[in-house]
Design a protein around this ligand. Structure first.
Ligand code: ASP
Ligand code: MG
Length: 421
């Protein structure tokens, strides 16, 4: 039993979808759970839809139509007959979306986000499943919300392991005895009240790892448009190197700091059951990719992780009191309340600095509430550079024409918050 995960890039158009079926025909030689993300950049489009709806920030119907046209053109490219049942299935998803969008928002932003954005995965998996059936690939579509159970922390659903384990045994494992492939959604879960939650952006890898954990899979393969885990993002760096093998420990460190090939939450479930994870190219599936497994071999290749659109906050008690436990706990409570994740932090006697992704809908209200108690200074448009296995030469090179606002070093890792000169 194995788990495959196909991300947005692997199902972004008709040619890619045909390639998925090719990869499956060659590599799914044993019962396989296929976890699929929303197609291409559809999750971003759905986020724009939620914003248009909730914040009245745009044209709801127009954005919805764009999303629908995208999926219809995929259907037209995949299916020869427009009367195929899948056309109705997809139409129904859009009808329900439209109904939901006609009502005024009545709950939190995060709640509505999850009900709407989750549909990207519902659409993609329905299409993949129908297409594979048409290609004579027997498979079963499974609603991931019937298996992955979470609490109601919308947009960051916390998985109930015990319940999800039970549901895997009663719902998913029997299907795997009947069908060679089970197709399901990444990224989404369900609550005890049958609402939909999401697991955080890029969370489909996490779903794949969870399902592997619950099923005791013998491996997970994440199919990507890159040859494996690289030591740097080719978007920012030339001459990137593929890392052939990583221990769970190195993998969790790298993904935590932002290596975007796999979601950081992916490692824990597979580490806990010692399940190997392969990151492989869906363009060159015969190549070995990167293997992440148990081991004490330390990765010594320097890795560079570059994050843009950061904000650096400097938080100071108004009364000149020290940054001590009580202040810190008040600050962290607010970060957790607004679900703002700390990418780097540093404190001095009377100031606490935090670097985080600048999502204005979360960070602006956080700053406002912090300002009740603290003086808050901030710098937007800053970059965070993390180097694992650093050496002084590269540090100097990478910070050459930048102003370094904060720098931190441990034995293996160094981080710099920088801005352009
Ligand atoms: N579709 C979701 C996203 O883009 C989940 C994923 O791709 O893993 O964030
Ligand atoms: Mg995606």
């Amino acid at each position: 039993m194995q788990v495959f995960k196909f991300g947005g890039a692997s199902v972004k158009d008709v040619a890619s979808l045909r390639n998925v079926s090719l990869v499956l025909s060659q590599y799914a030689k044993e019962p396989t759970i296929v976890v699929v993300s929303a197609m291409g950049k559809i999750t971003n489009k759905l986020e724009a839809l939620v914003n248009a709806y909730f914040y009245k920030e745009g044209d709801v119907i127009g954005v919805l139509q764009e999303i629908k046209d995208f999926h219809t053109s995929i259907l037209d490219g995949l299916f020869s007959s427009k009367t195929a049942a899948i056309y109705d299935e997809i139409e129904n998803v859009f009808v329900e979306l439209l109904w939901a969008l006609e009502d005024e928002p009545s709950f939190s932003y995060d709640y509505h986000y999850d009900q709407i954005v989750s549909q990207g995965e519902v659409l993609s998996t329905k299409i993949v499943s129908a297409f594979l059936k048409e290609k004579d690939f027997p498979n079963k579509w499974l609603d991931a919300r019937d298996v992955i159970q979470t609490d109601n922390s919308y947009r960051e659903g916390r998985v109930n392991y015990e319940l999800s384990q039970k549901l895997t045994e009663s719902t998913l494992l029997p299907l795997l005895k009947q069908y060679p492939l089970v197709i399901t959604q990444g990224f989404i879960g369900g609550t005890s009240e049958n609402f939909t939650t999401t697991l955080g952006r890029e969370g489909s890898d996490y779903t794949a790892a969870l399902l592997a954990y619950f099923c005791n899979a013998n491996k997970v393969v994440i199919w990507k448009d890159v040859p494996g885990v690289l030591n740097a993002d080719p978007k920012y760096f030339k001459n990137t190197k593929k890392i052939a093998e990583l221990s769970y420990h190195d993998a969790i460190e790298l993904t935590y700091f932002g290596v975007s090939v796999i979601h950081p939450k992916t490692i824990k479930p597979i580490q806990n059951k010692n399940i190997p994870l392969y990151v492989k190219s869906f363009i060159k599936p015969e190549e070995p990719g990167t293997l992440i497994k148990d081991g004490d071999k330390r990765n010594t290749i320097p890795s560079y992780i570059f994050k843009t659109d950061q904000i650096l906050l400097s938080i100071q008690p108004k009364d000149f009191s020290f940054i001590a436990e009580d202040n810190l706990s008040a600050i962290f409570n607010l970060f957790s309340k607004y679900q703002v994740k700390v990418n780097m932090m540093q404190n001095s006697a009377i100031s606490f600095s935090v670097c985080t992704d600048y999502d204005k809908h979360k960070v602006d209200p956080l700053i406002e509430e912090l300002q009740g108690q603290f003086k808050v200074l901030y710098n937007t448009g800053v970059q965070l550079m993390t180097i694992r296995n650093y050496d002084q030469d590269t540090v100097t090179k990478l910070s050459a024409d930048k102003i370094v606002l904060i720098e931190q070093r441990s034995r293996q890792t160094m981080q710099m918050v920088m801005k352009e000169e």
